[in-house]
Write a protein that binds this ligand. Structure first.
Ligand code: PLP
Length: 506
């Protein structure tokens, strides 16, 4: 007999103490595929129902600050919780305390859509969890981003020769564009030597009085200070006055200030005015100043041949931003920054630590070279899904319908002697106010219109926002959600008219 066997028979081994095999979330294990399927089905059902009946929710929730917070425990659970309970809590707590941007009555700010194909893409993005800082860490994400930014460029009728990257927001894209503009002042050597403690001329960025506040933030972040922004007056239609721009650049240059960039806007935030980009581009060329175009909202309209004029002159810009998460049915967040000088943009952010070097070297694009963030989400996937699901025809149909609805609403305002529009409506936003013929003074009008807005928003059916144009308080109605139909816009008008009638009767 084999000695080992004999020993084994004589002296059976002591079984190690039985310990349960680690399993489940308590052992730090991820959800099992079976559970994922089970909860995934429940979630998809919930989302489908939500998209089917978004109007079962108030567009603006009936909550006060702190309401949700007060209902949440102070600390995370010590032990795993049944995921069904988590989902129950989501359904109970979150949608009722959410402002529903995917609601057809959402017509505040710039209305947007998280469309079905975009939502499904987000699920896959999370599943792949690709972090595309380098081509090597996200080959598909990198190359799809390259392809999608190319598709969008063509769709908007811009010529080839631009490089696009996808960022989170237009604020980030504009910051990067202005960083590139600063880098383009090569003689100042700012990227290497910084701005503090040495003799540099003050740098200046020009934009219209109506430009978005992201320009100020970018300029402040880049070390130019608030005084680094010079806001140029607008014409009666709230477009930048190019003569005033040229004078400002000339005066500043004569005073030893270095013009760094001009930001022109195609679709301003308050009134959707379109700055005269061809004239601005000529001025920028004459004075050798970087031109950045903010088409964050307006850009997608250029997909319509009849609206392509909004991009006139943009082919001469140095950089341009457009946000598919605003008016191109892509869920938050997705902002495309284009530049004709990708090498300058990269120089503005160039650092190359050893641990990020890859065998591919310079033969590939590494997305993180074009900005501050090292980590890059796979945002191109949702753009791909949306552009393919709707096709050019579907996108055009949706944009045209939004323009039609805004024009219809504007016609009601124009036809009503007690209302007036405060600005032209070249896109799908209408800015207007109640102003009875025997019009009271401005302060009274402002209070009255604020009350109308409050009344409409209290309905929970429609959500509008406001702005001020030339010191006058105006209500903004923005059409941009795919589910918004004529009946929703009619209902908004009905609520506005009703509130105005009540005010008049007071
Ligand atoms: N530019 C314009 C014209 C905008 O209207 C906005 C926001 O509404 C922005 C930039 C900033 O966009 P984001 O929220 O993507 O930073």
């Amino acid at each position: 007999m084999n000695r080992n066997v004999a020993e084994a028979e004589a002296d059976p081994p002591i079984e190690p103490e039985a310990s349960p095999a680690p399993a489940g979330p308590a052992a730090g294990k991820d959800m099992s595929p079976a559970e994922f399927r089970q909860f995934g089905h429940r979630l998809i059902e919930w989302v489908a129902g939500f998209l089917e009946e978004p109007e079962s929710w108030r567009v603006l929730p009936d909550v006060r600050p702190g309401d949700l917070l007060a209902g949440l425990p102070d600390a995370s659970p010590a032990e795993p919780e049944p995921f069904d309970r988590v989902l129950d809590d989501f359904e109970r707590l979150i949608p009722p305390a959410t402002t529903h941007w995917n609601h057809p009555g959402f017509m505040a700010y710039f209305a947007t859509t998280g469309s079905g194909p975009g939502i499904l893409a987000e699920l896959l993005t999370a599943a792949l969890n690709a972090q595309a800082m380098l081509w090597r860490t996200g080959p598909a994400a990198t190359e799809l981003e390259q392809a999608m930014t190319g598709w969008l460029l063509r769709l908007m009728g811009l010529p080839p020769g631009w490089e696009g990257t996808i960022n989170d927001t237009a604020s980030t894209s504009t910051l990067y564009a202005l960083a590139a503009a600063r880098e383009s002042l090569a003689d100042l050597d700012i990227t290497d030597s910084g701005m503090a403690g040495r003799a540099l001329p003050p740098l200046r960025v020009y934009c219209s009085a109506e430009a978005h506040s992201s320009v100020d933030r970018a300029v402040m972040t880049l070390g130019l200070g608030r005084a680094g922004v010079r806001r140029i007056r607008t014409d009666p239609e709230l477009r930048m006055d190019p003569h005033a721009l040229e004078t400002a650049i000339g005066d500043d240059s004569a005073a030893g200030i270095r013009p760094m960039a001009v930001v022109a806007t195609t679709g301003t935030t308050s009134s959707t005015a379109i700055d005269p980009v061809p004239a601005i581009a000529r001025i920028c060329k004459d004075h050798d100043v970087w031109l950045h175009v903010d088409a964050a909202y307006g850009g997608p309209a250029a997909i319509l041949p009849e609206m392509r004029y909004i991009m006139d002159g943009c082919d001469r810009a140095d950089s341009l931003v457009v946000n598919p998460h605003k008016w191109l049915f892509v869920p938050m967040d997705c902002s495309v920054l284009y530049t004709r000088h990708p090498a300058v943009l990269r120089r503005a952010f160039a650092v190359s630590p050893e641990y990020l070097k890859t065998p591919e070297g310079d033969t590939v694009r590494n997305l993180s070279d074009a900005g501050l963030a090292l980590g890059r989400r796979f945002r191109a996937l949702k753009l791909w899904f949306v552009l393919r699901y709707f096709g050019q025809s579907g996108i055009r149909a949706a944009l045209r319908e939004h323009l039609r609805l805004a024009t219809l609403f504007a016609s009601w305002v124009d036809a009503d002697p007690d209302f007036e529009r405060l600005a032209p409506s070249p896109f799908s936003v209408v800015v207007f106010r109640w102003r009875p013929t025997q019009g009271p003074e401005e302060a009274v009008l402002e209070r009255a219109n604020a009350r109308i807005l409050e009344h409409v928003n209290a309905s929970g059916e429609v959500f509008l926002s406001h702005t001020k144009l030339g010191g006058r308080y105006g209500i903004r109605l923005a059409v941009g959600n795919l589910r918004t139909e004529e009946r929703h816009v009619r209902r908004a008008w009905e609520l506005i008219r009703g509130a105005a009638d009540r005010l008049a009767a007071d």
